[in-house]
Structure formats: C-alpha cells, structure tokens
Design a protein around this ligand. Structure first.
Ligand code: SAM
Ligand code: SF4
Length: 353
C-alpha cells in the first residue's frame, strides 16, 4: 500500500511579502540582497556516503516525493521571470537522476548565463559529457577530498577510486565544457596533510581547486569547531611548498577567495571560508530541495513546500508569487558560532550543496 508522502513539519506556504515586492519582477530579501542564482537539488539519492555529509543509515525519500522534470522546470521558469541567470544542479548525486538529460536540455533552451552541475565524478563517461555539453551544460564542479586511494574509501564509503574521479575531470576537459572546479572539504584529522598535494595537482593539470571549510551540515552531526581547518591554515600549509598571491575578485557574489601561484604556474586555488569568513551579506542564492522545499538559506530552519502548489495546478504567476514570498523570509546570516545557532535538520545531501 502507498505510504503518505512525507510532509514538511512546518507551514507549507511562506507569509506574504509586502505587496510592493511583487511589483518589480525581482527576487529581493528583507536585508537588501537580490537573488540571481538558483541551486536545485534534483535527487536526494547518492552512491557515496561521505562522512561529512551522509550516514550509511540515512533513508532516501520515496521516488514519487521527488519533483518531476517538468515540476523542476516550472520552478526554473518562475525564477527566470524574477531575474535568476544561473542554475546549478546538485543533490544527492545529480548524475543518478533518471531524466537528467531532459532537465539539462530544457535548461539549455532557456538562455541562462550559466548552467552548472556538482558531481562526485563517479558516473561520468565521454558520451554523457558530450551530450550534456551539446544540450547546454556550461560546466561541472567535482568533489574530491583526498588523492590517496585508501582514504578515498574511508571518506566516501564507496568503491569509487581517486583515479576514477581524475579520469572524469579529464573527460570534462576533453568534452569542451568550461574549466571545471574541484571542491575539497577541508577537515581536521582527515586531509589537512594533503593541501599542498592538491596544489601540485592544480599546477600539473591547470585546475581550479577550491577548499571548503567543513560546515555543520553533516547528517551524523559530528561537526564541531575543532574539526574546521580555517582559510589561513589552508593557505599557510600550501605556502610551505608554493607561494600564493590573492587574485582580485571580479565577482561580488563569489563565495571563494582566490589565489594564483606566485611563480606563474597554471592552476588556481580558492577557499570557501563559510565558517571563519562568512559571506552571507553578498549571498545571491536560493535553494530548492529534490522534493520541493524552497530554502532561502543553506542553514534555513524554515523552508517552504512548493510541491502542493505544483501538484494542484498552480500557475506560473502563482509560482512566481511563492518564490518572491519565500525569498523575503531569507535570514540575514547563518549564525554559526552564535549561542542560538541550530544545525538544520537536513544534512547537505538532502539540501543540495
Ligand atoms: N554529490 C555531489 C557532490 O558530492 O559533488 C553534489 C552534492 S554535494 C552535497 C555538494 C557539495 O557539498 C560537495 O562539494 C560536498 O563536498 C559539499 N559538502 C557536503 N557536506 C559538506 C559539509 N558538511 N561541509 C562542507 N561541504 C560539504
Ligand atoms: Fe553524496 Fe555528494 Fe554527499 Fe558525498 S557530498 S555523500 S557524493 S551528496
């Protein structure tokens, strides 16, 4: 027998934003920020169980709880009406989503500035990469936290090898997609002795390697401030081997601080210091989870369930209104380190990083 769909344990619709907010065709929040970037999780399923993200015991949503390709696209269309120019597909592992190609093709028809996807790099082959590129995908971001095979197994709790992900990174480069980025979650006791090795990799293969501070978004709740390796420690560790110089940021909304090598070698290093140098004031993002929870912030403890609206015949204008109201509730900042900080109930794989 069919189980009822899981319900969000919160009110499903956001409170109305001031009426003036519905007049200018943009996504503004109450703190003066404008949203241009939609991060859409298209599945909560994953073939990895990275220790900083998911527990082996985590359960997935029933398939019919996930939005369909056309439901995702209805949200994207409303977001585009409201000025969104960039869409990132994420998950879970988005390359597991059965109709991923349909979603990429639909996005490709919509004249966006950037269509990106974050992946663990375990399921890429040249045919898929070529198809996605032809359909309009701009670029891929890969996650890789170690260059040592034994550590790869214990971090991802999967059988995928470092060499598989490196091969996928090469496939992306050969397919003509824009330069890939590589995300490395920096965790004390996990990989802090490998930062300079990653810098070597960036130099050898001309890659953009971005270290991300470990955030309290692990479903196992093992996060504590002592496990965060700060931006300054990451840079110091690399500088013991290679001199770095900070690059001028061309993007006001960039979450990473970027460096190039002083000796002019190819490759770049970035650090996303969400914990020690929050960039909430410049945040221009909105997130939607795989089952349609609209999350104004990665750390939201309030989210708005758009699925009932989508499944009851809501019009384009209704969805536009829902997004404007949702964004108006975006919190000022994540509040990590404050006494009243509360880690979200969802882990990163159920939100979409
Ligand atoms: N499965 C894909 C992947 O791993 O690239 C996409 C989804 S994953 C949730 C998106 C990004 O979130 C990855 O780069 C991952 O490293 C990052 N991430 C997951 N949990 C994190 C945490 N607790 N702190 C910082 N980054 C995290
Ligand atoms: Fe899966 Fe990505 Fe989370 Fe790893 S980080 S468990 S690959 S969703």
């Amino acid at each position: 027998m069919d189980q009822p769909l899981p319900q969000l344990d919160q009110p499903t619709a956001p409170p109305p934003a001031p009426e003036a907010e519905h007049q200018h065709g943009a996504l503004h929040d109450a703190h003066g920020r404008t949203i241009h970037d939609l991060r859409m999780s298209i599945t909560d399923r994953c073939n990895f169980r990275c220790i900083y993200c998911m527990e082996p015991t985590d359960r997935f949503l029933p398939k019919r709880a996930l939005l369909s390709a056309s439901e995702y696209i209805m949200i994207v269309d409303a977001a585009i009406t409201l000025g969104v120019r960039k869409v990132r597909l994420t998950g879970g592992e988005p390359t597991l989503y059965p109709v991923l190609d349909t979603i990429i093709s639909e996005l490709g028809r919509r004249n966006l500035d950037d269509i990106a996807m974050t992946t663990n790099g375990s399921l890429l082959d040249p045919t898929r990469a070529a198809r996605w590129k032809a359909a309009g995908l701009t670029r891929l971001t890969f996650s890789l936290d170690t260059l040592r095979e034994d550590r790869m197994t214990s971090i991802t709790r999967s059988k995928t090898r470092v060499s598989d992900v490196l091969r996928s990174i090469d496939i992306a480069a050969d397919s003509g997609l824009a330069r890939s980025k590589i995300n490395v979650v920096a965790m004390r006791g996990l990989n802090e002795d490998e930062f300079a090795d990653f810098a070597d990799l960036a130099r050898e293969r001309d890659l953009d390697i971005r270290f991300i501070e470990f955030m309290p978004l692990d479903s196992g709740r093992s996060w504590n401030p002592g496990r965060v390796v700060s931006e300054s420690e990451i840079i110091e560790s690399i500088e013991q081997r290679h001199g770095l110089e900070q690059r001028d940021s061309q993007n006001l909304h960039s979450t990473s601080r970027d460096y190039h090598f002083k000796d002019g070698a190819p490759g770049r290093i970035g650090v996303i210091a969400s914990v020690t140098r929050p960039f909430c004031g410049a945040c221009n993002r909105l997130r939607v989870t795989a089952e349609g929870a609209v999350r104004p912030c990665l750390f939201s403890n309030t989210e708005w369930d758009i699925r009932p609206l989508l499944r009851s015949g809501g019009s384009h204008d209704d969805i536009v209104r829902f997004l404007v109201d949702s964004v108006w509730t975006k919190q000022a900042g994540h509040g990590i380190g404050r006494d009243d900080f509360k880690q979200p109930d969802r882990g990163m794989s159920a939100i979409g990083g």
